[in-house]
Design a protein around this ligand. Structure first.
Ligand code: PXL
Length: 286
């Protein structure tokens, strides 16, 4: 039997609100991928909807943990970063990535959503996130983060297919050979996650039904399933479809129960389906 894939996950741990490590750990575990958390910060809740949070910055911890892992001969198949608590953590993420040469580098450039930055992200941290993007193999911004990375304003109108492709290509030109942008409204009326695979010059789209609620943590779940899928050998469109289908299911389940938006999606009810063998045939070329 082959060994399990192992991911160093550089994200925060938020106690309440089902985001970041609280959802990344169970999601990748169900997929049969081992997650080794390197917490960037400990928060009482995520930063949207619970008022003042308690935040313990873990910036000093990451280089020390890295040193320990290197001295103990620990290796990773993937380094996957997300929410950062300080701009210095960009340097630390780059050090972790450089330390594990063969590891797939996945950067979820967590910075904001719905056209707005998260409140802990300032100009410097957003600017430095571009350095991390440049070092990545795969990035998974939402449209807000894609716009911040490209220094353009958040598009108020739906994108034409040609505009959507430009977003993908411009981001890929910064470094990553695979770019996936989530939450893109297209001018043909569909809402999609879109992807670009530079090596194969292939553009993909997976549509989903839009539910008028913004549950936090769904970007983390999406990026985790995409990462897990790629690590397990999925093609990009299949990994995108696996991630999109699951997020749509989790959002609809949560919406159906009328559960509070700020608590995130009811992952516990939905996770078992991720372990099942599924057939994916709904993705299309963009
Ligand atoms: O899901 C992204 C995220 C991660 N971590 C923290 C957050 C958010 C989004 O609000 O606040 C702490």
């Amino acid at each position: 039997m082959s060994e399990l894939k192992r991911v160093a996950a550089i994200h925060d741990l938020s106690g309440v609100g089902r985001c970041s490590l609280s959802v990344i750990l169970p999601t990748l575990s169900v997929m049969g991928v081992q997650v080794c958390p390197m917490p960037t910060a400990l928060l009482s809740t995520h930063t949207s909807g619970f008022g003042e949070v308690v935040l313990k910055d873990m910036t000093d911890y990451i280089p020390e943990a890295l040193k320990h892992y290197l001295s103990a001969g620990i290796d990773f198949d993937c380094v996957y970063s997300g929410f950062l608590a300080s701009e210095v953590q960009v340097t630390h993420c780059l050090e972790v990535m450089d330390s594990f040469k063969g590891a797939l580098r996945v950067v979820d450039p967590v910075m904001g959503d719905n056209g707005k930055r998260y409140r802990t992200y300032d100009d410097v941290l957003c600017r430095r996130m571009s350095e991390l993007v440049a070092a990545a193999d795969i990035i998974t911004p939402n449209l807000t983060e894609a716009s911040i990375l490209l220094n353009t304003s958040y598009p108020m109108a739906p994108l034409t297919v040609s505009e959507a492709k430009q977003y993908l290509v411009k981001l890929s030109n910064k470094g990553p050979k695979i770019v996936v942008i989530t939450g893109v409204q297209l001018a043909d009326g569909e809402v999609c996650n879109i992807g670009y695979d530079r090596d194969n010059n292939a553009f993909w789209r997976v549509s989903y039904e839009m539910i008028p609620k913004n549950y936090p943590g769904t970007g983390d779940i999406f990026a985790s399933i995409l990462t897990g899928g790629i690590l397990l050998g999925d093609s990009l469109p299949i990994a995108m479809e696996r991630a999109t289908t699951f997020c749509e299911y989790a959002i609809k389940t949560t919406f159906g129960y009328g559960a509070p938006v700020r608590e995130g999606v009811m992952l516990e009810k939905c996770l078992p389906t991720l372990a099942e063998k599924q057939r994916f045939t709904e993705y299309r070329q963009l």
